[in-house]
Design a protein around this ligand. Structure first.
Ligand code: FAD
Length: 634
């Protein structure tokens, strides 16, 4: 963590200095805002934490609840989400309080007595193999608390406006007199406190509908939620028990003659979540939703036979039928027009599915991450408004993949024992599809934010369009081993990693030429798009990774573009120069691990951590052209 460069800090360095609209943020919801976020669930809170990093953008979050969420339903956190939490500064703290999924065990009928269950397989959980971050279980309410803290501690000092409900909106045609600077006219109503029942209008440049499955924002823009619910019901309960079931503290899929259970231990060492199969639903009147908790507990005991559950407390329970729905477009842009979208849908507002694959909150947060930096860039004038159309284009296919995956996973989970030929089959499916539920399968297509894979061979381990997979390197300044990707905070900046070539003595260095072009050419993104008077790294965080061990690199010999002097004191930044070579503490060589050419390469990473481009050091023209499509000259 870097601090003191804006002056000596003696308090919590995670609380960033307030700036822009964060300096005197009004208590009262203003009449005009740049971005209005509707809903403070996982999608809305990530979006607000991101936009807090853009203190020139007036962002408000309205939430109809009168305060923080107390009882969250979601609890499964995939490694990609933990990676995202790291970028927002709270991964270590949430990992410490969460349940860490190390194994998933599978149970089936005992061939000797099919009324009993036995363990059929133990599977190491995928999280550890695929990422340096674990697969966690933690209450959704805690995730929201951490994002709320990140939003409140960011320069924009964003806190939700609780007790305010969205009731409708009108988008006035951009350029028309009615539109003015704030084309979206939003109706809201106070739901709590002295003003409960009062209605008013707020004007916004953009609205993000993060208002969950029954989204009124979706309804207001006339988007349809396509799909339906199946005739299969599940009971879900969070319980503390006394039991003789030996895998109570291990995640399990249990398949018995009496039905199925997905069993998930939760944080704190005692609480567990059970999804209990209630079977096919005969009618379409949703009578099954009235199933009492006693019946769900009795069913769980039947399935677990010969083991028993003595339920001591039920923290929460519910009954639902599995539904799969996805909205056709995630914004209000009309087909065939060039007009930029003004209203966006995120999370459950545009995709819903069963809870058992543990995906909804995770995918919703990635929707928010995708949209946040784009809104920040456009509202601050760094990028053209067309950038906003890439949100729906990128996220709608991800939601569709999620629905397809979840449909398969839920129907596999609901099979009867006689439909399972191989007890190992479910375990194999779980492991074989690991990349998807871990959150790492997303790959964005080429667009104005994502380049073509022409030079992919120069860095085969950083696939363009996929998230930047971190690897260990050493700081040259002190030899400490760090994860390169962990130095990319969710601060709205682009990362440009220059992987150095290794010229022989007397040969010209491609890195030196690239660095010279970056710092001095009028076509360089640094000179073209960094605002006048801003820090040199305000928009682009440019880092270098040398091939040698750290002791063999002279930090003062690194080109100045990698050692910018920033902040009011003009202090040199020591933490942008890295070494790949092995050292006593670091056995990995990022060039080997990520297939990077020894002739060097440039890897461009978007503010939401997705690889945007891979280029040769000599391809400065292509680098300039890429950013000319995405950004506006200062
Ligand atoms: P929500 O969390 O629904 O938040 C929407 C917010 O908008 C709410 O705070 C609501 O009060 C507010 N709001 C709604 N309407 C208005 C309005 N008109 N005006 C103002 N505010 C409004 N997902 C996982 O990833 N992992 C899991 O393990 C998991 N388990 C689940 C278990 C269960 C039993 C259920 C039901 C869901 C589970 N999910 C899980 C799914 C997950 O809960 C959702 O996908 C996730 O909460 C969606 O986040 P969101 O921000 O889109 O919407």
């Amino acid at each position: 963590m870097q601090f003191h460069h804006y002056g000596y800090v003696s308090s919590d360095p995670r609380v960033l200095p307030a700036a822009g609209v964060g300096l005197d943020r009004p208590e009262e919801l203003p009449d005009e805002v740049d971005v209005l976020i509707v809903g403070s669930g996982p999608a809305g809170m990530l979006l607000s934490a991101q936009l807090s990093q853009y203190p020139d953008v007036v962002t408000r979050v309205i939430e109809r609840r009168d305060g923080r969420l107390v009882l969250g339903q979601a609890d499964g956190i995939q490694p990609r989400s933990v990676e995202t939490f790291q970028a927002f500064g709270f991964a270590e703290r949430i990992v410490a309080e969460a349940y860490n999924i190390g194994y998933m065990n599978f149970w089936g009928p005992d061939p000797a007595d099919r009324q009993n269950i036995i363990r059929t397989s133990r599977t190491e959980d995928y999280g550890f193999k695929i990422s340096e971050f674990p697969h966690l279980i933690v209450n959704q309410a805690r995730v929201l608390d951490y994002f709320a803290e990140a939003a409140a501690h960011g320069p924009g000092r964003i806190v939700p406006d609780y007790g305010v409900e969205f009731t409708g909106l009108t988008v006035h045609e951009t350029g028309s007199e009615a539109a003015g600077e704030y084309p979206v006219e939003v109706q809201v109503r106070y739901t709590a406190g002295d003003r409960a029942g009062e209605e008013r209008t707020v004007r916004a440049k953009y609205v993000a509908g993060c208002d969950g499955a029954r989204s009124r924002v979706r309804e207001a823009i006339g988007r349809k939620h396509l799909g339906g619910i199946s005739a299969h019901a599940w009971g879900v309960m969070d319980v503390v028990v006394n039991t003789d079931f030996p895998d109570w503290r291990t995640k399990c899929a249990i398949n018995s003659e009496a039905g199925n259970i997905l069993h998930i231990p939760r944080e704190g060492g005692y609480l567990c979540r059970m999804y209990i199969d209630l079977g096919e639903v005969a009618d379409d009147k949703h009578e099954v939703r009235k199933t009492p908790i006693e019946a769900i507990i009795a069913k769980a005991n039947d399935i677990l036979h010969p083991y028993t559950l003595d339920v001591r407390e039920v923290a929460w329970f519910s009954v639902y039928e599995v539904g799969h729905r996805v909205t056709d477009h995630f914004d209000d842009r009309e087909e065939g027009t060039d007009a930029a979208p003004r209203v966006f849908l995120t999370g459950d507002a545009c995709h819903t599915h069963s809870a058992k694959a543990g995906q909804g909150m995770n995918v919703s947060m990635q929707d928010g991450f995708n949209l946040g930096w784009k809104l920040g860039s456009v509202v601050t004038g760094r990028s053209p408004a067309e950038l906003l159309a890439t949100y729906s284009a990128e996220r709608q296919p991800v939601a569709q993949q999620l629905i397809d995956f979840d449909r398969e996973w839920s129907s596999l989970m609901a099979r009867k024992p006689e439909e399972i030929s191989d007890p190992q089959e479910l375990a194999n499916y779980y492991l074989g599809t690991a990349e998807f539920p871990s959150g790492f399968m997303t790959r964005y297509e080429p667009s104005m934010t994502t380049g073509e894979a022409t030079h992919q061979g120069l860095a085969s381990g950083f696939p363009i369009g996929k998230r930047f997979k971190s690897s260990e390197v050493s700081f040259v300044c002190d030899g400490n081993v760090v994860h390169l990707g962990h130095h990319a905070r969710a601060d709205g900046r682009w990362r440009i990693y220059a992987f150095a070539d290794a010229p022989a003595a007397g040969e010209a260095s491609a890195l030196a030429s690239w660095a010279e072009w970056m710092s001095s050419s009028p076509d360089s993104p640094l000179t073209r798009f960094t605002p006048e008077g801003a820090d040199a790294d305000a928009v682009f965080d440019v880092k270098v990774i040398y091939q040698q061990p750290h002791e063999d690199v002279d930090i003062m010999g690194a080109p100045e573009v990698f050692r910018p002097k920033t902040g009011p004191l003009g202090l040199m930044d020591w933490e942008k120069v890295f070494a790949a070579g092995p050292s006593a503490w670091c056995s990995t060589d990022i060039f080997e691990e990520r297939g990077i050419s020894r002739d060097g390469a440039v890897v461009v990473v978007r503010p939401d951590q997705y690889v945007a481009h891979v280029l040769p050091l000599a391809a400065t023209g292509e680098l300039a052209a890429f950013f000319q499509g995405t950004m506006l000259a200062r």
